[in-house]
Ligand binder design. Sequence first.
Ligand code: FES
Ligand code: FES
Length: 219
Amino acid sequence: MSEFKSNDGFSISRRSFLKTFGTSAAVAATAQMEAVAKELEKANAEKVLGPEPLPITLQINGKPMKVQVEPRTTLLDALRNHLPLTGSKEVCDRATCGACTVLLDDKPVYSCSMLAIEAQRRAITTIEGLAANGKLSKVQEAFIDKDALMCGYCTPGFVMSVTALLKANPHPTADEVRHACSGNLCRCGAYPGILQAALKAAGVSTTAKTEVISYARLA
Ligand code: FES
Ligand code: FES
């Protein structure tokens, strides 16, 4: 049997070395696997929510609002059916029409296509949050001045998309307005007035020609 001998006379056989080392390695590996399993269990427990309703807080129009919703609840559903905020409209409920548009950290999103639980800790702005001290925002005023609606069902969504655009780009061109509103549909065909309203809110002068062009390109 091969034997290792140190300078101070200490000796250990190859077999006992392998036995001792092997046992220690196995113990260490098992401990490591147990630690990883515990971490995974903890992470999984944190990720699984519901299906029961759970309390969440949404920051809406600058105020914290508490609501109890199932994890599958969309932001639009939470606003309209769990909170008294029915300004955002449900039309297609599948990310097509833009009637449900709200701002999330000043960016327009389809509230029918995100979960309310995902919107926690984000600044949500709905159409109800635009008027300050009872005074309509300049975008809302412009929609009235330019008669930019017919049935009005798409209007909150358009107002929110134009509001987001003007926050990012205060003086857009007509094409930039068209691009910003390309995710919103108006079944009544009020596009010319919508374009005029957006440009008026931006302080961009328009002509009758702008309206004619908008008919040709948006209708
Ligand atoms: S209702 Fe959300 S996009 Fe149509
Ligand atoms: S005004 Fe009726 S859908 Fe736009």
